[in-house]
Ligand binder design. Structure first.
Ligand code: FAD
Length: 395
């Protein structure tokens, strides 16, 4: 399905190499890793795939050339992330998180922090990244956001901060080498004015990984709990000013939402292609399913939802980099809602087109259906994001 709005030769070259990467490295391994991840959540993760991505420059491509990246913009990154999602959702998420966090690190870290965190990230072909906000008691609370506080707290002491609390659901976090962590540093203020963002490396004293979550799908990515127990964080690890961590988070939201949307759109495309393939080969009533009008109309509706979601994502991703041209805050919330709803519909239609075969594991349909559900909740629950967008709208 060649429907991306490719505008430059550079974009075409990058996407061609991502397509080959998916064909050579991801597709041959995805079903086995998915099955392994079903038995043991850690086993779905593949270091080899991350290293292969690194060899192509894919792991670091959002960083500037000065730092060893390719200086790729948000629109091209969204296209890459979609192509990865077409191969496997988990791989798309592992790399999308890493790509967007690396870009924010470059934007918001000072020179010393770049030397201590970003340079070693670039040099380590296995290094991936995590952003840590969600806690058992706080998710929609910070997305809407409400005037509440985070439960993970860092208290000021001489030369730094002492952190206590926990995060959960964090993508990549049992595998990541570097982390951006949001903690309440002023307990008298709501999150918007009382949260700070800290840079941490894996193995930092007092900072440990907990349980790896057993998920329904997206098994090639890992998610886990993180614990902070009297964890001393030096002042040098504070990102930006104290208590205004939500400013850093605000820089993250614009492209983050379009990348999440692109990851799940990739799954929708995989479902569409699988449906089309089946509809062209399965014969009922003496002719292929695709020659029956009901099925043909269904396939057209799938294409419509994919095309419309992609246009929305591309517009949001381009405007995220050119905000003066008409960025509107709802674009940092709604494309993911649209693409994940589209993917969920398309996945269930794919199952229906496959009939009983679609319920059988060997068809590959159940994996795609489990993956398609992932972004109804990741990067913000859809209803929560609709509320966030509504709060930005004027009427
Ligand atoms: C696979 C996966 C990966 C993730 N990765 C990360 C990550 O890397 N980093 C990170 O920080 N977080 C991550 N998250 C967290 C994610 O971004 C969501 O915020 C979180 O999953 C929401 O979960 P919750 O159960 O706490 O929802 P809740 O906030 O408890 O919401 C529960 C329900 O209540 C609804 N609701 C909440 N408030 C309102 C309201 N005011 N009015 C009406 N309805 C409301 C919601 O829409 C939802 O339907 C991840 C989550 C998943 C599932």
């Amino acid at each position: 399905m060649e429907e991306m709005f490719i505008q430059t030769e550079d974009q075409r070259a990058i996407l061609d190499s991502v397509r080959r990467f998916v064909e050579d490295e991801v597709t041959p391994r995805a079903a086995d890793l998915d099955a392994a991840g079903d038995k043991d959540p850690v086993a779905g993760y593949s270091t080899e795939i991350v290293e292969a991505a690194d060899r192509l420059g894919l792991r670091t491509m959002t960083l500037s050339e000065e730092l060893g990246g390719m200086g790729v913009d948000s629109l091209t990154t969204a296209m890459v992330v979609e192509e990865l999602g077409r191969g496997d959702l988990g791989i798309s998420v592992v790399l999308a998180q890493t790509l967007k966090i690396a870009a924010i690190m470059e934007k918001s870290y000072n020179e010393d922090q770049k030397q201590r965190f970003l340079v070693p990230f670039v040099e380590d072909p296995q290094a991936i990244l995590s952003i840590c906000i969600t806690e058992p008691e706080n998710a929609s609370n910070y997305i809407i956001p409400y005037n509440t506080t985070l439960n993970t707290k860092a208290e000021k002491v001489d030369g730094g901060w002492i952190a206590n609390g926990m995060k959960h659901f964090i993508s990549n976090s049992n595998q990541s080498r570097f982390f951006m962590v949001f903690m309440q540093t002023d307990p008298t203020k709501p999150m918007s004015d009382g949260v700070s963002c800290f840079a941490l490396e894996r193995g930092h004293p007092g900072f440990t990984v907990g349980r790896v979550h057993e998920k329904m799908g997206e098994k090639l990515a890992n998610n886990s709990e993180l614990f902070f127990t009297d964890c001393f964080i030096p002042d040098e690890n504070l990102i930006g000013e104290a208590h205004v961590g939500f400013k850093t988070l605000g820089e993250f939201f614009p492209s983050s939402n379009s990348y999440a949307a692109a990851s799940i759109l990739g799954v929708a495309v995989a479902c569409y292609e699988k449906s089309l393939d089946w509809a062209q080969t399965r014969i009922q009533g003496g002719k292929p399913l695709i020659e029956h009008d009901g099925i043909r109309a269904q396939v057209a509706e799938m294409k419509m939802l994919i095309d419309a979601s992609r246009s929305y994502i591309h517009r949001a991703a381009w405007l995220a980099d050119h905000q003066e041209e008409g960025w509107d805050l709802t674009l940092g919330a709604l494309p993911k809602v649209m693409a994940s709803q589209a993917a969920w519909k398309i996945a269930t239609w794919m199952m229906e087109i496959h009939g009983g075969h679609g319920y059988m594991k060997e068809s590959g349909v159940p994996k795609l259906v489990r993956d398609a559900a992932a972004f109804l909740h990741s990067d913000g629950v859809n209803r929560t994001l609709l509320l966030r967008a509504a709060n930005f709208m004027e009427w």
